[in-house]
Design a protein around this ligand. Structure first.
Ligand code: GCW
Length: 616
């Protein structure tokens, strides 16, 4: 009996070891303990680099060198068995690059600020989080081991900063008990080259009852922030700075006191300046001062007059598109219009509008589309709204890990192709089998266009179910919503046609784009068809370039989207099965099935709705 129990126990342990829950992400190095790793200096960061290489590198002994003659950034040079860098973090990035297979290269990051933005609330919930609760806040949070794993994963792809809380920020964030938590987190992240930042509630001093107002020009308010900055930097000397959502979707801001965004941002910038901190001020504003104006125009209307009026430690942070993280949007014209103030782009890794953690949608092609319009060298930084939670596999969907990975890799080098990144990730995460890698990378590369097709082809946008943004609701209209949240406001379908006229004859949003593109988008015959209904309202029998009518083309795209998911699901279900461990295969398979059902729902609901106008 005892014998039997023992063997059962051993089997159980073995199964546990083999269980593949995805927790290891792309970091699946096999322990080798072969390499001797030396360095001309010592520090906590350098010892991490040494430990990683000593444990996992197979190609011989390594020497690490700090070299003050290299350009002053996080870059590294790998030459033979030597990694050289100007900064300690560079040695760490070089170590991970070597483990990933990079050889004889010199590589420097395009963006100096490569940040995650967590929309994590202090109660542990996550706004638009689809992978469980927060790893930082709430009852179940704060396991130092987990946060260290998080740090390592980020460092392995070069992410060097993280905003720990939701932009819809609680004023409690800046109270002592929470700042002490931030200090603990910062301590774990620091050796991995990651700085912490916080989202702040603009009205904090007033909300905490410590000042009578939050007017940025009030002396007591300015003083309060200066004192607070001092307190923060005493706890966290390398604290990165604040991210601010002000006068947007009900958040307080300088506008509440008839002050401008520049007044608000500058007051905070002055408080952080002595310590080297920055302010990332979001341009995601609509409604407040521009009621009635086309929502996609409002950020430029609001911020262009303020361009050049910000302190030099303020960066304007703008979403890639002018609306809100849709499966496809043209880029935000803020990037054309704001010229005197540094800009950074905010991408959304969590797939709020792209099937959340239920759909396999690889986002790198979408982000690259953005960079094809907005050159990375114009930008001071890049932020990605994280898709990370307490789920065992971090991101809910195993393939959503690829978006975290891709974000980091593109933040380092936006010129990397989506395909290269997908293949890199697949080889590290699943298997190096080339047949598998070729097939699945192709599937990943097609997945975003498939999503656009089954959700919102040809420039349609924001026809999601109210609030949770998962399924379709093309008939969505409730008079008590803000009008900018109503699907019918965006597609404007009736018997005469469909689409939002943003041409010079409509809201003239086209005029916010730089010259050549403004004309291109304005003219219906030159407007790229993927943006057609974003910029134009057209009759159902409008002739597309291939000769089909708009209505036919719309149907074609919806069907194509569903067919792509059908194909992907089939492939995964049959041919790809034997390449993948049981647990991950099964979990992905189940989700692909859900995705397929949801894609069919999108097609049927949207076409059913539009049909009543197109074929009356
Ligand atoms: O995309 C929308 C989301 C909100 C979010 C907001 C923002 C954090 O639906 O949940 O709030 O944008 O970016 O501020």
């Amino acid at each position: 009996m005892r014998q039997h129990l023992l063997s059962l126990f051993i089997t159980f342990i073995a199964l546990q070891a083999a269980a593949e829950d995805g927790h290891q992400l792309w970091l699946r190095y096999q322990p080798q303990n072969k390499a001797k790793v030396t360095c001309n200096q010592q520090s906590p960061t350098i010892s991490i680099a040494q430990q990683e290489l000593a444990a996992y590198y197979t190609g011989g002994d390594i020497s690490l060198k700090l070299d003050a003659t290299m350009s002053d950034d996080d870059g590294y040079r790998i030459s033979g068995n030597t990694i050289t860098a100007r900064r300690e973090a560079g040695l760490l990035y070089g170590a991970y690059a070597l483990l990933r297979g990079e050889k004889n290269v010199e590589s420097h990051p395009t963006f100096q600020l490569r940040l995650l933005n967590h929309w994590d609330n202090l109660d542990g919930s996550i706004e638009r989080g689809y992978a469980g609760e927060s790893i930082f806040w709430g009852e179940n949070a704060f396991s130092p081991e987990l946060i260290q794993e998080y740090a390592r994963a980020n460092a392995s792809v070069g992410i060097n900063g993280t905003v720990l809380n939701n932009v819809n920020a609680s004023s409690k964030m800046l109270t002592r008990p929470y700042l002490l938590e931030v200090q603990r987190i910062a301590k774990i992240l620091r050796p991995y080259g990651i700085k912490v930042y916080l989202s702040i509630n603009f009205a904090t001093p007033m909300a905490l009852g410590e000042t009578k107002t939050a007017d940025p020009l009030n002396a007591a308010v300015g003083k309060w922030w200066k004192r607070k900055a001092k307190e923060i930097y005493k706890l966290i000397p390398d604290f990165g700075g604040f991210l601010v959502k002000a006068n947007s979707e009900g958040q307080p801001g300088p506008g509440d006191f008839n002050r401008s965004h520049a007044d608000g941002a500058n007051m905070l910038a002055d408080a952080l300046k002595p310590f080297g901190g920055i302010i990332m001020w979001r341009c995601f504003v609509y409604g407040a001062n521009h009621k009635g104006e086309d929502r996609v125009k409002q950020a430029v209307s609001e911020f262009k007059p303020l361009d050049g009026k910000f302190r030099d430690n303020v960066i304007l942070q703008t979403k890639n598109g002018p609306l809100d993280f849709q499966p496809r949007e043209p880029y935000s014209p803020v990037f054309d219009q704001i010229k005197e103030t540094p800009n950074m782009v905010e991408l959304q890794i969590t797939q709020e509008y792209l099937g959340q953690s239920r759909h396999l949608v690889y986002l790198a092609p979408m982000w690259q589309e953005f960079f094809s319009f907005v050159p990375a060298k114009q930008l001071a930084g890049i932020a990605g709204v994280a898709n990370i939670g307490l789920d065992r596999n971090w991101c809910g969907h195993h393939f959503s890990q690829a978006n975290w990975y891709a974000f980091g890799r593109l933040a380092w080098n936006p010129a990397l192709s989506s395909e290269t990144i997908a293949k890199e990730w697949l080889r590290q995460t699943f298997t190096t089998d080339e047949q598998f890698v070729a097939t699945v990378s192709q599937l990943m590369l097609e997945s975003r266009e498939a999503c656009v097709n089954y959700m919102m082809p040809l420039g349609l946008h924001h026809i999601f179910k109210f609030d949770h943004h998962y399924g379709p609701e093309p008939d969505g209209f409730k008079a008590d919503y803000p009008i900018e949240w109503c699907p019918v406001y965006y597609h404007k379908a009736d018997k005469n046609g469909v689409g939002f006229d943003r041409s010079s004859k409509g809201t003239d949003a086209v005029s916010q784009y730089r010259q050549k593109l403004a004309q291109l988008y304005d003219n219906v015959s030159t407007c790229p068809e993927e943006y057609l209904l974003w910029f134009h309202h057209l009759p159902w029998n409008y002739r597309m370039k291939d000769g089909s009518t708009l209505w036919e083309s719309l149907q074609y795209h919806y069907h194509l989207g569903v067919i792509s998911v059908e194909r992907q699901h089939n492939l995964w279900h049959t041919k790809l099965r034997h390449y993948v461990d049981e647990q991950r295969w099964h979990e992905v398979d189940e989700r692909l099935e859900d995705q397929l059902q949801n894609a069919r729902e999108w097609r049927d609901v949207c076409l059913g709705y539009f049909r009543q106008f197109a074929e009356p």
